[in-house]
Design a protein around this ligand. Structure first.
Ligand code: SAH
Length: 218
């Protein structure tokens, strides 16, 4: 895709200074982030900030996550290319594009219709064929395409529901910001034959997950 050289350079610089410098070394993840044009997933007025080290507004009170956090969550998913992935919180579609470049199939759910259209339009420009976008309450998962090998929640969840866990394969993993309304911990849960293995990664701040198993409107 043709793009101004300044944006290509900003993207490469972002990967070096924000992502590799903070310890992410998975080459597959790094290569995809070097390739995917993040600037097509932000608002037009923010194109020149698309590669900055922070989240950005995408309308409807929602945000596209900080590049480092997208890289970290993606690497925590341990994708090999064969997986069916569920993403909860499509937002801009940027994380969806990253997942689709590293997995077999991605289902992504968004509850705000104008954002789903925004994502659809953004993703269309990349021509990725293995993405299925859905409108609905992702806190319930998306049973129609279950089971999944990976589940990524890109909004702050107070809990991971049994509904969602049922939609995950054994040995599958969930990456999710879990905790309070204003502060969470990024966690990785791996589903084992008996029970779950849980690991806390680092403190994060995400917009709230809404819906049946999310935060109720204030
Ligand atoms: N992955 C996105 C981040 C978007 S922010 C990106 O790369 O741009 C989180 C998104 O989760 C918001 O768009 C919000 O509307 C959505 N969301 C919140 N609760 C949800 C729910 N219950 N189901 C589906 N989407 C939800």
């Amino acid at each position: 895709m043709d793009e101004p050289i300044s944006l290509t350079e900003a993207r490469q610089e972002m990967v070096d200074s924000q992502i590799i410098n903070r310890g992410i070394s998975d080459e597959r993840v790094l290569n995809v982030i070097r390739d995917v044009p993040r600037h097509i997933f932000v608002q037009e007025s923010d194109i020149n900030n698309a590669y900055s080290d922070h989240p950005l507004p995408i309308g409807q009170g929602q945000t596209i996550s900080q590049p480092y956090i997208v890289a970290l969550m993606t690497s925590l998913l341990n994708l090999t290319g064969d997986e069916k992935v569920l993403e909860i919180g499509t937002g801009s579609g940027y994380q969806t594009a990253i997942l689709a470049s590293l997995a077999k199939e991605v289902h992504s759910i968004e509850r705000i219709e104008p954002l789903l259209h925004f994502a659809e339009n953004n993703l269309h420009k990349l021509g990725l064929k293995n993405i299925h976008l859905h409108i609905g309450d992702g806190s319930l998962g998306w049973p129609d395409a279950a089971p999944y090998d990976r589940i990524l929640i890109t909004a702050a969840a107070p809990e991971i529901s049994k509904d969602l866990l049922r939609q995950l394969n054994i040995t599958g993993r969930i990456v999710c910001p879990l905790g309070g309304r204003w502060r969470q911990t990024l966690e990785v849960w791996v589903k084992e034959k008996k029970g779950l293995k849980k690991e806390k990664i680092l403190p994060v701040v995400f917009v709230p997950l809404r819906g049946a198993h999310g935060w109720q409107d204030l």
